[in-house]
Design a binder for this molecule. Structure first.
Ligand SMILES: [Zn+2]
Length: 174
């Protein structure tokens, strides 16, 4: 990535969590896109305790923010994750949206004619974003689908690491 910023809620200090978020972000992006594309991205990840979840997806513990730029792929992404949620699974979901926008699969633009936000998916104009019910949004369907697959890759990686550490410790004490 060009830039990756991670921040936890105020007064929370958890170096392990920050490191895990960084590792998981890298793992998920490797699954989703080329290194070349990753290197163009600036991503800010904020874990927050906020209860104000305005504009957040109904069924997820996070939100992805990027300015609508039409066919120009937005390189700057902000992800907010609720502290009380499954952070890694939510992170995977929101990074799928980063992938969709970075590859231009998902495009959002304000039309000059009506001043409203229109969306395009896989090259097809879908009309006004707000008119599409959340669960019928193809970018959400894809994000929910890939989120679990990505999350289980992260869990396997973590289990392998834990297994390796316990093996090393067993060897050292032998
Ligand atoms: Zn979503």
């Amino acid at each position: 990535m060009k830039k990756l910023e991670i921040s936890l809620p105020r007064n929370e200090r958890d170096d392990e969590l920050v490191r895990d978020i960084k590792d998981a972000t890298q793992l998920f992006l490797n699954e989703l896109m080329s290194k070349r594309l990753q290197n163009t991205l600036k991503i800010k990840i904020h874990v927050r305790k906020t209860t104000v979840k305005k504009g957040w997806g109904k069924d997820c513990g996070g939100v992805h923010l990027a300015d609508p730029m039409g066919s120009k792929p937005n390189k700057e992404h902000k992800i907010l994750i609720h502290y009380g949620t499954n952070i890694m699974s939510t992170l995977a979901h929101e990074l799928v949206h980063v992938y969709q926008i970075a590859t231009k699969k998902y495009q959002q633009r304000f039309w000059k004619s009506d001043g409203q936000l229109h969306v395009r998916w896989n090259g097809k104009e879908l009309g006004l974003k707000e008119k599409i019910p959340y669960r019928q949004r193809p970018w959400e369907i894809e994000a929910f689908d890939l989120q679990d697959k990505l999350h289980s890759k992260w869990k396997s990686k973590l289990i392998n690491q834990m297994y390796l550490i316990s093996k090393q410790q067993a060897e050292q004490s032998a």
